[in-house]
Design a protein around this ligand. Structure first.
Ligand code: ADP
Ligand code: MG
Length: 687
């Protein structure tokens, strides 16, 4: 792109006529940035027709109408008894029904009045409202034209996603000026064809001639979506190349001990074929002089932890250290409890470090890490506190990796010298998506569950039948069952979540005195104690009520029933995760999805998906179709992939195309660089 054009795209919106600093900030709220470019990337949500209506009689309040009006009189506004009254123009429509046009403190009042002379007919377009007496009112109409000029009123209006204090007129104003300026800059003779065509497509989207122009399949939208995907793919390809080029910086470590065979012989079960294959892939990576960047995707219960342990043993054999990061304290403790005995057997020192470690105890742990004695440390973000030092951090394993932000992963990476990275994810992602999102990682898939697992029987039940459920559960408890009871996310508020859980706990206690409760705000010791009691094979606690703290990774193989309340409020992928807390032992497991009274038909349909399948990939696909990608991955990562023009449902083929084209590009072309500039959201934040 020519410099002059780039400068224009970088212009702050406040310098556009009629905008100024206040509106520019409003625009920033909506656009995520305040450059002309940010505006261009913000497309109208839909269009609405402006057909000429004969009368206001059958119009619904709030509709934008275009109507022919006969002007009867002007009623000047002003301040009366301390209250501001609008200036009103009293009119009749063609059928004689009264319509009032009104203006509040307009600086251009005389101008408006001149445009609406008494005794004449005019075509007026604007939003219709009704006052308390049922009178039809149009405030600040968007268009006023003489009958001869009716054609000047566009028959279709594009509507931009907006916020309070920012009108569609503000959008139209900026749009008109920006495209006017653009057409001068790109006037015939501009010799970069890609640039011209790209902005042409943008123009089509900003000035749609019909609703079809905004559909994902329209030529303009396809072009923009492809360009956007391509920009992202080129960026990923570059990152990938940089990674492969950091040769030699990673210490090559020779094998000093022989632990892995011993580890295999100590395992109480045989590894699945998939586990063996993935472990091989990891070991191959770890031999290379380039740092490993691998993502292991495996459905809940596919046995990712053992794979992670094998990797850490492989590192320990070479005398270096591994950290295993878990998203919650509970999960870290649990990993530790499971891994420690196995490590003990083969003589690897394993430790745990979380926010709860304080004082002398913590100090000792830090010393052991610094000296290199501790070879495997499990923990939470406490692992990358500034005072934690490692002797030789060779491998970083991130469990439930979508729970961590990119910056957190970077923070821990800095603790070593180009350490290997291994990410574990239980959110299976359709292939097209993972290619785009994790394009800079190699992917291994654990597509096999340990033998002998029975599929979980899943049913849905309205909350009104909770009493039936209680009697069924008491039977099961008599037969020795253990039950998770998950309470809903009430809002984004831990306190409210907690109240719901507490209430449910009191309720269940009436039927089952041996009910336990865990939640995020509980004293950690108490929580551990309750969890341990529940896990214990002779446990007294038969039902464990919890907020969603048990969502990730908790492993209690003897639990065989999970009840999820207000299941309709969870995403499918999250429900599938929760459900994965059972079905880990040899007995038949059950999942009961309780839904509230206000559930929608769609909500029920979503729950049915879970009742019918336990294939995590299929479920993720459905979730993606129904709720979009942000929901599937959580907000932390969706930043990169909050595409402006791409529609996951409709543009699948473009994903592949863009990825292939980007890979074939040896050195990014000038246009590819332009596109990366255009679509890079970081530029947006910085501007
Ligand atoms: P996830 O992939 O959900 O993290 P885990 O690693 O927690 O799964 O494993 C789930 C359970 O399956 C654990 O109790 C684990 O010990 C057990 N497990 C893992 N691999 C096997 C295997 N090959 N055979 C039998 N059980 C296994
Ligand atoms: Mg796990």
């Amino acid at each position: 792109m020519k410099k002059d054009l780039i400068d224009f795209l970088n212009t702050d919106l406040q310098f556009v006529k009629g905008v100024g600093p206040v509106l520019a900030s409003k625009f920033q709220e909506v656009l995520g940035g305040r450059r002309v470019l940010d505006f261009l990337l913000h497309k109208p949500a839909y269009v609405r027709p402006r057909e000429i209506t004969d009368s206001v009689m059958n119009v619904t309040a709030g509709d934008v109408i275009t109507i022919q009006l006969h002007i009867k009189s002007h009623k000047k506004g002003g301040v009366f008894r301390g209250r501001r009254a609008p200036t009103q123009i009293i009119c009749n429509d063609k059928l004689g029904a009264p319509v009032t046009i009104q203006f509040f403190n307009s600086n251009f009042l005389d101008y408006w009045l001149k445009k609406l002379p008494v005794g004449e007919w005019r075509i007026v377009s604007g939003k219709l409202e009704f006052n308390n007496n049922g009178g039809a009112i149009i405030s600040h109409p968007e268009f006023i034209e003489c009958i001869e000029n009716a054609a000047k009123i566009p028959t279709i209006q594009s509507v931009y996603p907006s916020t309070e204090g920012l009108t569609q007129k503000n959008f139209a104003n900026v749009r008109d000026q920006v495209f006017y300026a653009l057409s001068n800059k790109l006037s015939p003779g501009y010799d970069e064809e890609n640039v011209v065509r790209f902005f042409d497509a943008l123009r089509t989207v900003h000035f749609p001639q019909s609703a079809g122009d905004l559909l994902p399949q329209s030529d303009a939208m396809m072009r923009l979506a492809y360009d956007e995907l391509f920009a992202h793919q080129v960026a990923i390809a570059i990152t990938r190349k940089q990674r492969i080029n950091v040769k030699n910086h990673r210490p090559i470590r020779e094998k000093k001990y022989d632990l892995i065979e011993r580890f295999y012989s100590e395992l109480p079960f045989d590894l699945t074929g998939a586990q063996k294959r993935v472990i091989d892939e990891i070991f191959e990576d770890m031999k290379k002089p380039v740092p490993m960047m691998r993502l292991v995707q495996g459905d809940v219960g596919s046995g990712k932890t053992i794979v992670a342990l094998a990797a850490s043993i492989n590192m320990a054999e070479r005398g270096a250290q591994t950290v295993l990061m878990a998203p919650t304290d509970t999960l870290a403790q649990q990993h530790f409890a499971k891994l420690k005995p196995l490590c003990d057997k083969i003589g690897i020192i394993c430790d745990v470090l979380t926010g709860r470690d304080k004082g002398r105890d913590r100090n000792e742990k830090l010393i052991s890490l610094k000296s290199g004695r501790t070879r495997l440390v499990v923990g939470t973000h406490a692992l990358f506190s500034s005072d934690v030092e490692y002797k030789d951090l060779g491998l970083i394993i991130v469990d439930e990796q979508h729970r961590f932000g990119v910056d957190q992963r970077e923070a821990i990476r800095k603790k070593g010298i180009n350490p290997d990275m291994l990410a574990l994810s239980a959110t299976p992602i359709p292939r097209t998506l993972s290619m785009t999102i994790y394009g800079d990682m190699d992917i291994s898939i654990l597509n096999e569950k340990p033998a002998g697992r029975l599929p979980i029987k899943t049913t849905k039940l309205p909350i009104s039948r909770v009493n039936d459920l209680i009697s069924r559960l008491s039977l099961q408890i008599k037969n020795g069952a253990k039950i998770f009871w998950v309470c809903p996310l009430v809002k984004e508020s831990e306190t409210l979540d907690l109240m719901a859980a507490q209430e449910r706990y009191e309720f269940l206690k009436k039927y089952f005195p041996d009910t336990g409760l865990v939640h995020g705000k509980m004293d950690k010791k108490q929580r551990d104690k309750t969890m341990a009691q529940f896990s214990d094979s002779n446990s007294k606690i038969r039902i464990l009520v919890s907020t969603t703290v048990i969502e990730v990774g908790i492993d209690v193989p003897s639990a065989s029933i999970i009840v999820i309340e207000n299941a309709e409020r969870f995403g499918l992928a999250a429900l599938h995760q929760l459900r994965g807390r059972v079905g880990r032992g040899q007995t038949q497991s059950f999942c009961i999805l309780l839904y509230g009274n206000s559930v929608s038909e769609d909500g029920i349909k979503r729950l049915s998906v879970l009742c019918e399948t336990d294939d995590g990939f299929l479920i993720a696909e459905q979730d993606l179709m129904m709720r979009g990608v942000g929901e599937l991955l959580g907000t932390k990562q969706s930043g990169w992939i909050a595409y402006e023009f791409v529609d996951y449902r409709e543009h699948r083929d473009l994903f592949k195309l863009a990825a292939r084209d980007a890979r074939e590009l040896d050195v990014p072309s000038e246009w590819a660089n332009d596109l990366m500039f255009i679509f890079n959201r970081e530029n947006r934040a910085r501007a």
